[in-house]
Design a protein around this ligand. Sequence first.
Ligand SMILES: Cc1cc2nc3c(=O)[nH]c(=O)nc-3n(C[C@H](O)[C@H](O)[C@H](O)COP(=O)(O)OP(=O)(O)OC[C@H]3O[C@@H](n4cnc5c(N)ncnc54)[C@H](O)[C@@H]3O)c2cc1C
Length: 415
Amino acid sequence: MTVDNVPNVRTCITPLEENIRVLEQDRVGELSNKKKFNRKRKKIDVDIVIVGSGPAGMMAAITAAKQGVPSILLVDENHLIGGQLVKQSHKFFGSEEEKAGTRGIDLAVELMEQVNSVKTIQSMLKTTIIGCYNGKKNHKLIAIKRLIEGDQLIEINSKSVIFACGAMENMLAFPGNDLPGVYGAGGVQTLMNVYGVKPGKKVLMVGAGNVGLIVSYQLLQAGVNVDRVVEILPKIGGYNVHAAKLRRCGVPIYTSHSIKEVYGNGKVEGAILVAINNSFKPIPGTEQKVSCDTVCIAVGLTPSIRLLEQIGAKTEFIAEAGGHVAIHDSSMQTSVKGVYVAGDSSGIEEASTAMIEGQLAGISAATLLGYDKQADMLKKKYRKALEGFRSGPFGIKPKICKEKIACCWNGGINY
Ligand SMILES: Cc1cc2nc3c(=O)[nH]c(=O)nc-3n(C[C@H](O)[C@H](O)[C@H](O)COP(=O)(O)OP(=O)(O)OC[C@H]3O[C@@H](n4cnc5c(N)ncnc54)[C@H](O)[C@@H]3O)c2cc1C
């Protein structure tokens, strides 16, 4: 939206201020002369910079600090540390060591306290990394920090970089998908669980993977009516335990169904659903209207890799990863020396595995700088834990994803 004459502002991460003027925008933004920009540039030199303070980024920072790395910078565009965890009010699944049974929100606080208690980790919030390149000696990252007195440009020089940028939500193309009231599931979670705002009164959920099921349940907990969940596949993609909770609350889940369009005068007033055949084509004549004021899209995530591509890391399209991912070795090192990746940026998975990958990346980055205490033993331990996670029935996709990545790393796309 346009905020105080500045176009293309991401209002979802821009704090509200007194007398702020927010306007909708239906055009290509132009740069305004009135844009507030703090002219004082800043330069920072660090040993390791970590982009993203989700579970992967926080664990990478904590692990590198434990190894003795003297200066670590953890950067995040949000005003809170924790990535996705800050909006997850449900208890996590997974192993006890990786905090199963703990709520994502509590885990974020626990890890944030650990990060804040270490003097060698500096957290820089409300700061977006907008560019990166390889300098002669170091890697250079360009950041914009949002300050009340005006945005500030920061140049970060670092010996090593860990990209733990998470993922972006997928959208669906259908008529009316730009009407106010059509949300991504992550957006709905942020509104409800971070800002305490209900997205609407009656929701149609599209997607019955874990995200769609969990967010539907959280909507019910917030007192919002969930009309139904539709899922294009012939079976539910998420865990049965989440689906069962919804059904017990009377929310039907329609498999082999999808959304055809959303209608409404200036805002969502309803949607048209359609049944889907075995070839994933809509079956004519099966259309039905559903009245609702909110449509929530939970149809998967795509790894955030734009910065990795910019710095020159080799990427490959791997369907099981959720899209293009940076090719990396078993220490999370990408094709650019000193540049590592961890968490959803390296293939969509879970917070538990993001934490372990973060630990691996943290150890590897520290080792490169000469802080290699018990590095081999620790790496073995983390790799074993990842193997354990990926050996169960829900670990098949990430397992194949990582096998394909290893295959690419070893010189070919022979999958
Ligand atoms: C509804 C839902 C339920 C889930 N339930 C579970 C569960 O029960 N158990 C489980 O293990 N997992 C669960 N997950 C998955 C888990 O949340 C993610 O896999 C995990 O958060 C990924 O961690 P990450 O550190 O890779 O990325 P994220 O947590 O996404 O963090 C990435 C951070 O990087 C920041 N960032 C990105 N680009 C930039 C940039 N250019 N500059 C600055 N900052 C940037 C982002 O703003 C974000 O804060 C769930 C996910 C969802 C959506």
